[in-house]
Design a protein around this ligand. Structure first.
Ligand code: 5GP
Ligand code: MN
Length: 530
């Protein structure tokens, strides 16, 4: 019988030399498994094999045989996690799970406390180690691919006492803490000064912690007379606001503070344009509530990602605005519960009207319908009629859209940290897209965009054209939302130029340094530095 032909492949893994032998007709999966076990990698890990030139080569039965002195290099890159939360999957693959480790420790501590009457030093030490490990995973930027990295900029003003325990979804402990604080504060009188300040786009969200933000949202319902008109019981409004707070996730941008900013801008626009004298209060109620609910349970990955990664949401909503459909569905999940249904005292017909309005407004925040909505608005502007329902519907969509992307209309010290948060969420998505081999969303790619380049384009092509049309209907908005956006455009244009100059200087310095190192005869064929 003919002896089976085999191949010998030499490679290193973690600097250690290894060799693999397999027959030429060995199934591809077996070859992959062979390398996987050599790297001691889990079933979800991504393996990369490099040839001596540094190029990635395919791990397959067709691998070119080599010699020990021309070793390939095998690397385990990361866990290939399609499901969220990313960190939990990866943690599983690495053989640990931080949350369950913490739970086990807690249980152990309780038991020992009960039996021994005190926490032994050894348990205390273990707890400290687990805490510091979690802190490391959450705070070191270059470990952000683990999916556990948490942005601190949103917390710069007031760090949450639960920072070390933060997960994508808020923990019960975190919620209970904020709820207690909110319930203690919610019957306190908010000063007239704050009530007036709350009506302006200069309001600084960073000065307020989450429980206080909930009180401010309550003030908005009271001062627009919704509580009186729609007979909203204080406890029901509080429960609604708490559920909303609970269902916004701990992510850098699309979090509860973003929900507040969008709602507060909507509230400001209502007052600045004196909308109460032009529209029914029911439409204002729809707009304010839509703003509050518009990003519920956002996980930090946009629709493009949902669709490309074929997530549960994309499958459920057939790729049609998966996120916005979900935000809206979560809103009505909250409103389905009697104890948090702020519309429970309105008639069935009115509830139907509110539901239709909220769905329309939240779905309008999908930026893929941006041009369609803006064009519709432009076409009715010259003969806009507040008594026409179709006209009012388009205006409501425009108002929520403006509020949703209005950070740059705020003072620079309020707006700039928001951009850092947005970019952190963007970069995280594009990093994950790269890791998972999905199409990389260009405006999120850290190799392609910078802080100023992301803003100049967005302001010129999206913000200003939208804001200008709204100011055509309400000229008084010019000074409140257009002027600050123009200022921001100047600021980021200057920053972009400065970055460009810095880059050119660096290139020139590098060229100069290179030519100094080079022998004279070679320098003559190098193009001269300008
Ligand atoms: P969202 O409904 O997701 O909160 O807002 C719509 C989208 O508009 C955001 O996901 C983001 O892509 C974009 N966006 C909002 N504000 C800004 C901004 O200040 N700069 C840039 N570059 N994009 C923004
Ligand atoms: Mn939003």
């Amino acid at each position: 019988m003919k002896e089976m032909e085999t191949k010998m492949i030499y490679f290193t893994v973690n600097g250690k030399p290894e060799q693999a032998e397999f027959s030429v007709d060995c199934p591809a999966q077996d070859v992959k498994d062979l390398f996987r076990s050599a790297a001691e990698a889990g079933p979800h890990d991504i393996l990369k094999l490099y040839n001596p030139k540094g190029n990635i080569i395919n791990i397959s039965p067709n691998l070119e045989p080599n010699h020990p002195n021309s070793c390939y290099k095998l690397e385990v890159v990361a866990s290939d996690c399609n499901n969220e939360p990313l960190g939990v999957e990866l943690a599983g693959a690495l053989g640990f799970d931080l949350s369950s480790m913490e739970k086990r420790l807690q249980g152990l501590e309780k038991k020992i406390l009960f039996e021994a009457g005190g926490t032994p030093a050894v348990i205390y030490e273990m707890k400290k180690q687990v805490d510091s490990f979690r802190e490391k995973l959450e705070s070191v930027e270059h470990l952000s691919w683990l999916g556990l990295y948490k942005d601190l900029s949103e917390e710069t003003h007031k760090p949450s006492p639960f920072y070390h325990k933060r997960t994508l979804h808020k923990t019960k402990e975190e919620c209970d803490h904020v709820r207690d604080k909110f319930l203690k504060m919610c019957s306190l009188e908010v000063s007239e000064e704050v009530r007036q300040y709350l009506k302006t786009p200069t309001f600084d969200n960073w000065q307020w912690e989450d429980a206080e933000i909930m009180v401010l949202l309550q003030v908005m319902y009271a001062d627009l007379d919704f509580i009186a008109i729609y007979n909203i019981e204080p406890e029901v409004l509080q429960q609604f606001l708490f559920e909303v707070y609970r269902r916004y996730n701990n992510i850098p941008f699309h979090n509860f503070k973003h929900c507040f900013c969008v709602t507060q801008m909507m509230y400001g626009l209502i007052w600045l344009t004196d909308l109460r004298s032009k529209m029914d209060s029911i439409d204002l109620l729809i707009m304010l509530t839509s703003a509050i609910c518009h990003d519920l349970d956002h996980t930090g990955y946009n629709n493009a990602y949902q669709i490309n990664a074929r997530t549960e949401l994309a499958l459920r909503y057939n790729d049609i605005s998966p996120l916005e459909n979900h935000h809206c569905a979560v809103a009505f999940e909250i409103l389905e519960k009697t104890e948090s249904n702020i519309f429970r005292n309105v008639s069935l017909d009115l509830y139907k009207h509110i539901r239709e309005g909220i769905i329309k407004c939240i779905l309008a925040t999908d930026m893929t319908s941006h041009n369609e909505i803006l064009n519709k608005f432009k076409s009715i502007l010259s003969h806009f009629d507040f008594t026409n329902k179709d006209h009012r519907d388009v205006l409501m969509m425009i108002l929520i859209k403006v509020s949703d992307i209005s950070n740059e209309a705020r003072p620079m010290e309020v707006a700039e940290p928001w951009l850092d948060c947005l970019l952190q969420e963007f970069y995280n998505q594009s990093d994950v897209e790269k890791l998972e081999g999905l199409p990389v969303t260009p405006f999120m790619d850290r190799d392609k965009i910078t802080k100023p380049s992301s803003q100049t384009g967005f302001i010129r092509f999206v913000l200003l054209p939208l804001f200008i049309e709204l100011a055509n209907l309400f000229p008084c908005l010019e000074q409140h939302i257009i002027d600050p956006v123009r200022k921001a455009l100047d600021y980021y244009t200057e920053m972009e130029k400065a970055l460009e100059r810095e880059k050119q200087t660096r290139v020139q310095c590098e060229k100069a340094a290179k030519s100094k190192e080079m022998p004279v005869e070679q320098q003559s064929i190098e193009p001269k530095a300008q």
